[in-house]
Ligand binder design. Sequence first.
Ligand code: CP
Length: 336
Amino acid sequence: MSLYKKSFLKLLDLSADEINGLITLAEKFKALKKNGVPHKLCEGKSVALIFEKTSTRTRCAFEVASNDLGIHPVYLSPECSQIGNKESIADTARVLGRMFDGIEYRGYGQEIVETLARYSGVPVWNGLTNESHPTQILADMMTIKERFGTVKGIKLVFMGNSMYNMGNSLMVGCAKLGVDFVACSPAGYFPCGDLTKICKAEAEKNGSTISFITDPFEAVKNADVIYTDVWVSLGEPDEAWAKRIKDLLPYRVTKELMDKASPDCVFMHCLPSFHDLKTNIGKSIFDKFGIDCMEVTDEVFESERSVVFDEAENRMHTIKAVMASSLCPEQTLDKI
Ligand code: CP
């Protein structure tokens, strides 16, 4: 595979070989880091990290991975830059493209990362848009591979609100890599028809299936992975909570649900998660609606089956693979 000088905007743009290649490279980086072997493959490069929305994992992953690769990262927030307010995305792209070797973007519409890539002339990496969260899916697939030795043939059930970026991106990642994907949601919360059609065709090519099921206990039969995400996404209004809680409460991941899946089934979540009352939002939801957890119980989150912190760590190794693949020629990567 060669992703040299290429952007990473959405998983649909990549072949299965390219996605698997990135996971293999991330595994190599993880081993190097664990063994204390320096791997500053991109010494002298600089990257811009644009965050129009908040982040813990993605920002830290890009910054730590940059440091490990010898890259200088520059963080740009809406408060400290002209982006969007005084300067268009196309103009910003042309400015940053003259100074940086790569640009990461987290924020709003997918068209923004596409515009940055079109106008900047340097690789652009999607750190989350309204439609897509591709670096998260790389980390998830790496985590599944670590747990089961393979991703092909695994059954993954996404529980809850599957109509947004996480449900959509997991469906694409599963279709590309031959994972059986089940979206388990109430009517009205499933991924959109156009993307589903594309993913069904891709899954068929790769020997897997895409299904939509409304009954949680039916959906988790023989599941190897139960995955969920928060019920209200970044940037949605607070008023969304009441309806989401009413609609999605039956889709909370509980021990009873985990017990109906395969005996080796793991619990996954991209994080952050509302599994207890130790967050401001968790406490405010408890005060208003009287529930002490949302998409997952604390019991499942803290259980042996939970691999959520492996996923979080793997964000860094996979993001490192994405940046290195875009910034280094193949010969450089072949040496590690
Ligand atoms: N999973 C994820 O994207 O985490 P952050 O929002 O903390 O970056």
